[in-house]
Design a protein around this ligand. Structure first.
Ligand SMILES: *Cc1c(COP(=O)(O)O)cnc(C)c1O
Length: 244
Protein backbone atom coordinates (compact mmCIF):
# COMPACT_ATOMS: atom_id res chain seq x y z
CA UNK A 1 0.00 0.00 0.00
CA UNK A 2 2.90 2.38 0.67
CA UNK A 3 4.20 1.80 -2.83
CA UNK A 4 0.77 2.18 -4.42
CA UNK A 5 0.21 5.41 -2.49
CA UNK A 6 3.56 6.69 -3.66
CA UNK A 7 2.70 5.96 -7.31
CA UNK A 8 -0.75 7.53 -6.94
CA UNK A 9 0.79 10.66 -5.47
CA UNK A 10 3.51 10.91 -8.08
CA UNK A 11 1.07 10.69 -11.02
CA UNK A 12 -1.80 12.49 -9.30
CA UNK A 13 -4.08 9.44 -9.42
CA UNK A 14 -7.23 8.85 -7.43
CA UNK A 15 -6.79 5.90 -5.05
CA UNK A 16 -9.89 3.78 -4.52
CA UNK A 17 -9.50 0.79 -2.18
CA UNK A 18 -11.54 -2.33 -2.83
CA UNK A 19 -11.52 -3.43 0.80
CA UNK A 20 -14.72 -5.45 0.31
CA UNK A 21 -13.65 -8.38 2.49
CA UNK A 22 -11.18 -6.50 4.68
CA UNK A 23 -13.24 -5.09 7.55
CA UNK A 24 -11.15 -5.26 10.77
CA UNK A 25 -7.88 -5.86 8.87
CA UNK A 26 -4.90 -3.56 9.23
CA UNK A 27 -1.82 -2.48 7.31
CA UNK A 28 0.78 -0.93 9.61
CA UNK A 29 -2.03 -0.43 12.15
CA UNK A 30 -4.19 1.48 9.66
CA UNK A 31 -7.62 -0.06 8.96
CA UNK A 32 -7.96 -1.27 5.35
CA UNK A 33 -10.42 0.89 3.47
CA UNK A 34 -9.07 4.07 5.10
CA UNK A 35 -5.75 4.33 3.28
CA UNK A 36 -6.85 5.62 -0.14
CA UNK A 37 -9.03 8.59 -1.09
CA UNK A 38 -12.08 6.38 -0.69
CA UNK A 39 -12.53 2.74 0.29
CA UNK A 40 -15.42 0.30 -0.12
CA UNK A 41 -16.44 -2.41 2.37
CA UNK A 42 -18.95 -5.12 1.52
CA UNK A 43 -21.63 -6.54 3.80
CA UNK A 44 -22.56 -9.22 1.28
CA UNK A 45 -23.66 -12.51 2.82
CA UNK A 46 -20.26 -14.10 2.10
CA UNK A 47 -18.30 -11.59 4.24
CA UNK A 48 -17.30 -11.72 7.90
CA UNK A 49 -19.94 -9.18 8.90
CA UNK A 50 -22.96 -9.07 6.66
CA UNK A 51 -26.45 -7.74 6.08
CA UNK A 52 -27.32 -9.95 3.11
CA UNK A 53 -26.39 -7.30 0.57
CA UNK A 54 -24.99 -3.82 1.02
CA UNK A 55 -21.78 -2.12 1.96
CA UNK A 56 -20.11 0.99 3.29
CA UNK A 57 -18.10 3.73 1.67
CA UNK A 58 -15.23 5.20 3.66
CA UNK A 59 -14.62 8.76 2.49
CA UNK A 60 -11.15 9.91 3.41
CA UNK A 61 -11.33 13.36 1.82
CA UNK A 62 -13.44 16.17 3.15
CA UNK A 63 -14.17 17.52 -0.35
CA UNK A 64 -15.85 14.23 -1.39
CA UNK A 65 -18.27 13.85 1.53
CA UNK A 66 -21.09 16.08 0.29
CA UNK A 67 -21.15 14.57 -3.20
CA UNK A 68 -21.05 11.03 -1.75
CA UNK A 69 -24.18 11.77 0.28
CA UNK A 70 -25.93 13.22 -2.77
CA UNK A 71 -25.17 10.15 -4.90
CA UNK A 72 -26.40 7.88 -2.09
CA UNK A 73 -29.60 9.93 -1.74
CA UNK A 74 -30.82 9.37 -5.31
CA UNK A 75 -28.94 12.42 -6.58
CA UNK A 76 -30.71 14.80 -4.19
CA UNK A 77 -29.32 17.07 -1.49
CA UNK A 78 -31.75 15.59 1.06
CA UNK A 79 -29.05 15.06 3.68
CA UNK A 80 -28.27 18.81 3.68
CA UNK A 81 -32.02 19.37 4.14
CA UNK A 82 -32.16 16.96 7.09
CA UNK A 83 -29.22 18.80 8.65
CA UNK A 84 -31.13 22.07 8.21
CA UNK A 85 -28.54 23.50 5.80
CA UNK A 86 -30.99 24.09 2.92
CA UNK A 87 -34.73 24.84 3.19
CA UNK A 88 -35.88 22.38 0.50
CA UNK A 89 -34.25 19.54 -1.32
CA UNK A 90 -34.20 18.48 -4.98
CA UNK A 91 -32.13 16.72 -7.64
CA UNK A 92 -28.67 18.14 -8.04
CA UNK A 93 -26.53 15.30 -9.44
CA UNK A 94 -26.53 11.68 -10.61
CA UNK A 95 -27.30 9.04 -7.99
CA UNK A 96 -29.38 6.05 -7.09
CA UNK A 97 -31.20 4.52 -4.15
CA UNK A 98 -28.28 3.22 -2.13
CA UNK A 99 -29.74 3.52 1.36
CA UNK A 100 -30.29 0.30 3.33
CA UNK A 101 -33.68 -0.23 4.95
CA UNK A 102 -34.02 0.22 8.73
CA UNK A 103 -34.46 -3.54 9.15
CA UNK A 104 -31.26 -4.24 7.23
CA UNK A 105 -29.43 -1.56 9.20
CA UNK A 106 -30.65 -2.97 12.53
CA UNK A 107 -29.48 -6.46 11.58
CA UNK A 108 -26.12 -5.07 10.51
CA UNK A 109 -25.70 -3.04 13.69
CA UNK A 110 -26.17 -6.07 15.93
CA UNK A 111 -23.63 -7.99 13.81
CA UNK A 112 -21.15 -5.12 13.98
CA UNK A 113 -21.43 -5.15 17.76
CA UNK A 114 -20.09 -8.72 17.64
CA UNK A 115 -17.18 -7.95 15.35
CA UNK A 116 -14.43 -8.73 17.87
CA UNK A 117 -15.97 -12.10 18.73
CA UNK A 118 -16.51 -12.98 15.06
CA UNK A 119 -12.98 -11.96 14.08
CA UNK A 120 -11.40 -13.89 16.95
CA UNK A 121 -13.37 -17.04 16.12
CA UNK A 122 -12.31 -16.84 12.47
CA UNK A 123 -8.70 -16.19 13.42
CA UNK A 124 -8.74 -19.24 15.71
CA UNK A 125 -10.00 -21.40 12.83
CA UNK A 126 -7.52 -19.81 10.42
CA UNK A 127 -4.60 -20.36 12.80
CA UNK A 128 -5.61 -23.96 13.37
CA UNK A 129 -5.59 -24.64 9.62
CA UNK A 130 -2.19 -23.01 9.34
CA UNK A 131 -0.69 -24.90 12.28
CA UNK A 132 -2.13 -28.24 11.12
CA UNK A 133 -1.16 -27.92 7.44
CA UNK A 134 2.30 -26.41 7.90
CA UNK A 135 3.94 -29.85 8.14
CA UNK A 136 2.62 -31.17 4.83
CA UNK A 137 2.65 -27.94 2.79
CA UNK A 138 5.27 -27.95 0.01
CA UNK A 139 5.83 -26.61 -3.51
CA UNK A 140 4.80 -29.99 -5.00
CA UNK A 141 1.60 -30.43 -3.02
CA UNK A 142 0.27 -26.97 -2.11
CA UNK A 143 1.44 -23.85 -0.32
CA UNK A 144 -0.38 -22.03 2.49
CA UNK A 145 -0.80 -18.29 3.10
CA UNK A 146 1.91 -16.14 4.60
CA UNK A 147 0.96 -12.95 6.44
CA UNK A 148 3.61 -10.20 6.37
CA UNK A 149 4.73 -8.82 9.74
CA UNK A 150 3.16 -5.38 9.18
CA UNK A 151 -0.30 -6.80 8.39
CA UNK A 152 -3.12 -7.91 10.69
CA UNK A 153 -5.89 -9.85 8.91
CA UNK A 154 -9.47 -10.78 9.78
CA UNK A 155 -9.45 -14.52 9.02
CA UNK A 156 -11.70 -14.08 6.00
CA UNK A 157 -10.14 -16.73 3.74
CA UNK A 158 -7.87 -19.70 4.24
CA UNK A 159 -6.61 -20.81 0.86
CA UNK A 160 -4.31 -23.45 -0.55
CA UNK A 161 -2.31 -22.71 -3.69
CA UNK A 162 -1.67 -25.73 -5.94
CA UNK A 163 1.21 -26.08 -8.45
CA UNK A 164 -1.17 -26.34 -11.43
CA UNK A 165 -4.81 -26.50 -12.45
CA UNK A 166 -4.89 -30.34 -12.73
CA UNK A 167 -3.73 -30.80 -9.13
CA UNK A 168 -6.17 -28.15 -7.99
CA UNK A 169 -9.06 -29.90 -9.71
CA UNK A 170 -7.99 -33.28 -8.32
CA UNK A 171 -8.11 -31.88 -4.83
CA UNK A 172 -11.47 -30.25 -5.48
CA UNK A 173 -13.14 -33.51 -6.52
CA UNK A 174 -11.35 -35.50 -3.79
CA UNK A 175 -12.76 -33.21 -1.08
CA UNK A 176 -16.20 -32.94 -2.65
CA UNK A 177 -16.49 -36.72 -2.53
CA UNK A 178 -16.58 -36.36 1.23
CA UNK A 179 -19.14 -33.58 1.07
CA UNK A 180 -16.56 -30.91 1.95
CA UNK A 181 -17.45 -27.61 0.34
CA UNK A 182 -14.12 -26.37 -0.97
CA UNK A 183 -14.34 -23.77 -3.71
CA UNK A 184 -12.13 -21.97 -6.17
CA UNK A 185 -12.36 -18.36 -7.16
CA UNK A 186 -12.26 -16.27 -9.24
CA UNK A 187 -12.22 -16.31 -13.01
CA UNK A 188 -9.57 -13.69 -13.74
CA UNK A 189 -11.30 -10.43 -14.60
CA UNK A 190 -9.15 -9.72 -17.67
CA UNK A 191 -10.19 -13.03 -19.25
CA UNK A 192 -13.92 -12.58 -18.61
CA UNK A 193 -16.31 -11.35 -21.28
CA UNK A 194 -16.77 -7.94 -19.68
CA UNK A 195 -13.08 -7.70 -18.82
CA UNK A 196 -12.22 -8.10 -22.48
CA UNK A 197 -14.87 -5.63 -23.53
CA UNK A 198 -14.17 -2.84 -21.02
CA UNK A 199 -10.74 -3.51 -19.55
CA UNK A 200 -7.17 -3.52 -20.73
CA UNK A 201 -3.95 -4.94 -19.37
CA UNK A 202 -0.33 -5.34 -20.22
CA UNK A 203 2.09 -8.22 -19.64
CA UNK A 204 1.05 -11.86 -19.49
CA UNK A 205 -0.89 -11.62 -16.18
CA UNK A 206 0.97 -14.73 -14.99
CA UNK A 207 0.33 -14.22 -11.26
CA UNK A 208 -3.35 -13.43 -11.75
CA UNK A 209 -3.82 -16.46 -13.99
CA UNK A 210 -2.01 -18.66 -11.49
CA UNK A 211 -4.22 -17.51 -8.61
CA UNK A 212 -7.31 -18.07 -10.71
CA UNK A 213 -6.22 -21.57 -11.81
CA UNK A 214 -4.56 -22.88 -8.67
CA UNK A 215 -6.31 -21.47 -5.60
CA UNK A 216 -8.71 -23.35 -3.33
CA UNK A 217 -10.66 -21.96 -0.38
CA UNK A 218 -11.19 -24.20 2.61
CA UNK A 219 -14.46 -24.01 4.58
CA UNK A 220 -14.20 -21.21 7.14
CA UNK A 221 -17.25 -19.71 8.79
CA UNK A 222 -18.29 -18.54 12.24
CA UNK A 223 -19.96 -21.73 13.44
CA UNK A 224 -17.59 -24.26 11.88
CA UNK A 225 -17.09 -26.75 14.73
CA UNK A 226 -13.68 -28.10 15.68
CA UNK A 227 -14.93 -31.63 14.87
CA UNK A 228 -15.75 -30.56 11.33
CA UNK A 229 -12.46 -28.73 10.97
CA UNK A 230 -10.50 -31.77 12.17
CA UNK A 231 -12.41 -33.94 9.69
CA UNK A 232 -11.48 -31.56 6.85
CA UNK A 233 -7.82 -31.57 7.92
CA UNK A 234 -7.75 -35.37 8.18
CA UNK A 235 -9.02 -35.61 4.59
CA UNK A 236 -6.33 -33.19 3.41
CA UNK A 237 -3.74 -35.44 5.04
CA UNK A 238 -5.28 -38.44 3.26
CA UNK A 239 -5.08 -36.56 -0.03
CA UNK A 240 -1.44 -35.67 0.62
CA UNK A 241 -0.55 -39.35 1.09
CA UNK A 242 -2.37 -40.39 -2.09
CA UNK A 243 -0.97 -37.66 -4.33
CA UNK A 244 2.51 -36.98 -3.05
C1 LIG B 1 -17.15 -9.50 -2.08
C2 LIG B 1 -16.22 -8.67 -2.86
C3 LIG B 1 -16.71 -7.71 -3.76
C4 LIG B 1 -18.20 -7.52 -4.05
O1 LIG B 1 -18.90 -7.00 -2.95
P1 LIG B 1 -20.45 -6.66 -3.15
O2 LIG B 1 -20.93 -6.16 -1.80
O3 LIG B 1 -21.14 -7.93 -3.56
O4 LIG B 1 -20.54 -5.62 -4.20
C5 LIG B 1 -15.80 -6.92 -4.44
N1 LIG B 1 -14.47 -7.07 -4.25
C6 LIG B 1 -13.97 -7.97 -3.40
C7 LIG B 1 -12.48 -8.08 -3.21
C8 LIG B 1 -14.81 -8.81 -2.68
O5 LIG B 1 -14.31 -9.71 -1.83
Amino acid sequence: MDKIKEIAKKYNLFLLEDAAQALNSFYKNKPLGTIGDIGAISFHETKNIMSGEGGALFVNREDLIERSEIIREKGTNRSLFIQGLVDKYSWVDIGSSYLPSDITAAYLLSSLEMIDIVTQKRLDLWNFYKKSLKEIASQDLFTIPHVPQECRHNGHIFYLMFPNVEKRNNFLSFMRNFGIGVSFHYIALHSSLAGKKYGRYCGDMAETNKASDCLIRLPLYYDLTSDSQEFIISKIYEYSKLYK
